[in-house]
Write a protein that binds this ligand. Structure first.
Ligand SMILES: *[C@@H]1O[C@H](CO)[C@@H](O)[C@H](O)[C@H]1NC(C)=O
Ligand SMILES: *[C@@H]1O[C@H](CO)[C@@H](O)[C@H](O)[C@H]1NC(C)=O
Ligand SMILES: *[C@@H]1O[C@H](CO)[C@@H](O)[C@H](O)[C@H]1NC(C)=O
Length: 401
């Protein structure tokens, strides 16, 4: 009953979306020279997470330092979860002891350290972490360059279905999350293990790199048998599946090469369906892994396609729809991005001769890849092991998603 209620809500939001959709897709010229400042609000701060500390201590300092931002973002999530279904928040709070017993102890401890550090209820932190399983939209690109290097970049769009503020013409959760973007360096024995672009309060990983090894971005895959079904199933006792954020943290802590990452992402049972976009720092390899909760539905690799204007030729492009299907007309971020990528090609040379991180930034700065839900853009350099992130703004008039 609860599930059909949520589906109904989603479909009614879709109907509403159509009403304020612009007549016809927004077309704008592909941006040029936008790196590093255009349509950028600010660059996030950095923090270190020391993996030598016990999990219960790992996030306390960060949570204290950014207590204000964390309170704002968590409160927004709680209010919005309440709007979706008034039973969710009380349910999670009440079932918390049972729920916590089903989750890996190290992550329960990490969430406790956030809760204690910021003075927020543990249940609200859990809810905040759950929400990322269900409410993000994004664009990821992996591109091979002419000299055998790989570029990996993403936009993170967040907050869809979670309340449009008609007075300010903004998505309230998107606004609340911007100040909580942070660059995290995870250290062990004083040495950098991997880096991520994250939201303060989230212990998992959506965008990260392990130097010279691999990089990963995650795109939400909407599906009828999707996030909430898996989450409810979990709560009701199906404990073999992995939470997205915990799996990806495990991946970065345990895997030291592309192959290991690939195997884990293909075989782990997931709480919700998802697109993994994985790139290798060892060879010019990139792969989209389309995951159902239990199986791999499809994989798409660089080099499978000979037409250089299509994804899986010298590059991969993933939004929130299966590569084998056309995106729906009301949310087509794929074709505008493809157009900008193919404009990189010239008469006699494919785009791989011209791709740079700056060019990728232009692609991701063009509407509607950049839209009112876009919280941040990240450019990953696998060789350097670095992520450059930018909190974005999409100047009016802009597509709402
Ligand atoms: C191509 O990738 C390599 C390896 O990452 C990098 O060193 C090189 O600068 C890139 N080329 C361009 C034009 O960005
Ligand atoms: C809307 O904008 C006003 C004025 O800029 C601001 O005070 C208010 O907090 C905003 N509302 C939300 C929900 O962001
Ligand atoms: C493409 O062709 C033009 C005109 O013949 C030439 O000037 C240019 O150098 C060529 N570019 C490449 C990358 O081969």
């Amino acid at each position: 009953m609860k599930i059909s209620g949520i589906l109904f809500l989603v479909s009614s939001v879709f109907t509403k979306k159509l009403q304020f959709a612009p007549s016809g897709p927004f077309h704008e010229k592909c941006q040029a020279g936008s790196y590093p400042e255009k349509r950028v609000l600010w660059r996030p701060k950095s923090a270190e997470i020391n993996l030598d500390l016990a999990p219960i201590e790992r996030w306390s300092e960060l949570a204290k330092t950014y207590s204000k931002e964390l309170h704002a973002a968590v409160n927004d999530v709680v209010v919005l979860a309440d709007k979706i279904d008034a039973k969710i928040v009380p349910f999670v709070r009440e079932k918390l002891p049972e729920l916590a017993e089903t989750l890996p102890q190290n992550y329960v401890d990490e969430m406790s350290s956030l809760s204690q550090g910021a003075g927020l209820p543990f249940g609200d932190i859990v809810l905040f972490n759950i929400f990322y399983e269900a409410f993000s939209a994004c664009t990821s690109v992996v591109a091979k360059n002419g000299s055998g290097g790989v570029h990996h970049a993403r936009n993170m769009d967040f907050g869809l279905f979670l309340g449009f503020d008609f007075k300010n013409m903004t998505w309230s959760l998107t606004e609340a999350l911007r100040p909580s973007l942070i660059h995290l360096d995870f250290l062990k024995n004083g040495e950098l293990q991997f880096s991520s672009a994250s939201f303060i309060g989230y212990v998992g990983i959506f965008t990260a790199v392990k130097k010279q090894k691999f990089s990963l971005t995650i795109n939400e895959r909407f599906n009828i048998d999707g996030g909430w079904v898996g989450i409810l199933e979990w709560i009701l006792g199906k404990h073999s599946a992995n939470w997205l954020g915990f799996l990806t943290r495990d991946l970065f802590e345990k895997c030291d090469d592309f192959r290991c990452a690939q195997d884990l992402l293909k075989t782990a049972e997931m709480v919700s369906p998802v697109y993994f976009v994985l790139a290798s720092g060892e060879r010019p390899l990139g792969e989209i892994i389309v995951r159902d909760r239990e199986d791999v539905s499809q994989t798409v690799k660089i080099g499978e396609e000979s037409d250089p204007s299509k994804s899986s030729s010298w590059f991969l492009l993933q939004t929130n729809y299966d590569p084998s299907q056309e995106p729906p007309f009301f949310d087509d971020r794929r074709h505008p991005a493809l157009k900008c990528i193919s404009e990189l090609s010239s008469e006699n040379a494919s785009g791989e001769n011209f791709i740079t991180k700056e060019a990728l930034f232009d692609v991701l700065s063009t509407k509607p890849s950049l839209n009112m839900l876009t919280v941040y853009t990240s450019l990953i350099d696998i060789q350097e092991g670095s992520i450059e992130s930018f909190v974005r703004e999409c100047p009016f008039p802009c597509t709402p998603w």
